[in-house]
Write a protein that binds this ligand. Structure first.
Ligand SMILES: *[C@@H]1O[C@H](CO)[C@@H](O)[C@H](O)[C@H]1NC(C)=O
Ligand SMILES: *[C@@H]1O[C@H](CO)[C@@H](O)[C@H](O)[C@H]1NC(C)=O
Length: 175
């Protein structure tokens, strides 16, 4: 068995057991199968477990949770960039923060679409979340290297990746 086939079989078994025993909620095995694909497994698990619903969630709810968390981050960080823009007196910096405000607002639109698709269980059509990572980098790259915002970009990257892999995992079962 190739390793790809093996990973796919394990994924299918995990999904199957989650469906058969939905009352067990999201197990550590499922979280590990999803989060091991991201850049930082521990952070991904911590992000998902930060929502109290995760313990008793089924997979469709986990998708909604991952997108709710992403949405909350985009909203909070969008407001921060609005403040950074308003607070800066340097015109170049003001323009760069303006690019971030626009980027985070584009993210909010893409997350809203993904949430609607998740509610309809159309996981295969959730395919714009990868662009959030590009938008976050495009914002950060326009800012000075000592900008206090690099932490925002890092957590946005990890929260986006977490949502990407949760929703890819759901495609295996729900299509
Ligand atoms: C960015 O969003 C995260 C997650 O919601 C939040 O913890 C963090 O404080 C936000 N940072 C800023 C500066 O908006
Ligand atoms: C912007 O300035 C206000 C008022 O001085 C301050 O409360 C806020 O923390 C600042 N925001 C940022 C993101 O620097």
């Amino acid at each position: 068995m190739s390793s790809v086939t093996f990973v796919a079989s394990v994924a299918i078994l995990l999904v199957a057991s989650a469906i058969i025993c939905p009352s067990n909620g999201i197990t550590e095995d499922i979280l590990a199968a999803i989060c091991s694909q991201t850049q930082n497994q521990e952070t991904c698990e911590a992000i998902l477990e930060s929502d109290p619903r995760t313990g008793s969630a089924d997979l469709p709810l986990l998708s909604l949770i991952s997108l709710d968390l992403l949405s909350k981050q985009a909203d909070e960080n969008h407001s921060s960039f609005v403040q950074f823009r308003e607070n800066s007196t340097d015109l170049d910096l003001k323009r760069s923060f303006g690019n971030c405000v626009k980027g985070y607002s584009d993210m909010q639109g893409k997350i809203k679409v993904a949430l609607e698709l998740s509610q309809k269980r159309q996981y295969k059509r959730i395919n714009e979340l990868g662009q959030l990572i590009k938008l976050a980098y495009s914002c950060e790259n326009g800012l000075p290297s000592n900008s206090p915002t690099s932490g925002i970009t890092e957590t946005m990257l990890l929260t986006s990746q977490t949502a990407v892999y949760v929703n890819q995992f759901l495609i295996t079962f729900f299509g």
